[in-house]
Design a protein around this ligand. Structure first.
Ligand SMILES: [Zn+2]
Length: 113
């Protein structure tokens, strides 16, 4: 079984991501992941943008795996909105079903609490 097949089997809610690394330290499982898409939609005007402003890492707590807490280190991008009439200059990409603004946990973990 390939690495990507194993990730898809164990973490189906991360199917939209490119999982680059899985590491275990103590009682914590850490996944390093990034999006696969080249563009994102501005939440204010809906304009699609490929104009990347910057990248940063978000940390999301996910459901435990085999008794270990799981942390996703997700590289996300901030895009420029190039629509001239939009009030937003930049926006952070969101992954549908996984991230929402300022959330530090996955929806799956919030459902289990
Ligand atoms: Zn916009």
């Amino acid at each position: 079984m390939s690495f990507s097949s194993l990730i898809a089997l164990l973490f189906p809610h991360l199917a939209e991501l490119e999982v680059a690394e899985v590491a275990c330290a103590g009682n914590t499982l850490r996944l390093r992941a990034a999006t696969r898409t080249r563009e994102a939609d501005c939440p204010a005007c809906g304009n699609s943008s490929r104009h990347v402003h910057s990248r940063y890492t978000r940390q999301l707590a996910d459901t435990p795996v085999s008794g270990r807490q799981t942390l996703i280190h997700l590289e996300v991008r901030r895009f420029f909105c190039d629509h001239t009439e939009c009030a937003k200059r930049t926006f952070a990409e969101q992954i549908p079903g996984l991230t929402s603004p300022y959330a530090r946990t996955t929806p799956l973990l919030r459902q289990t609490r």
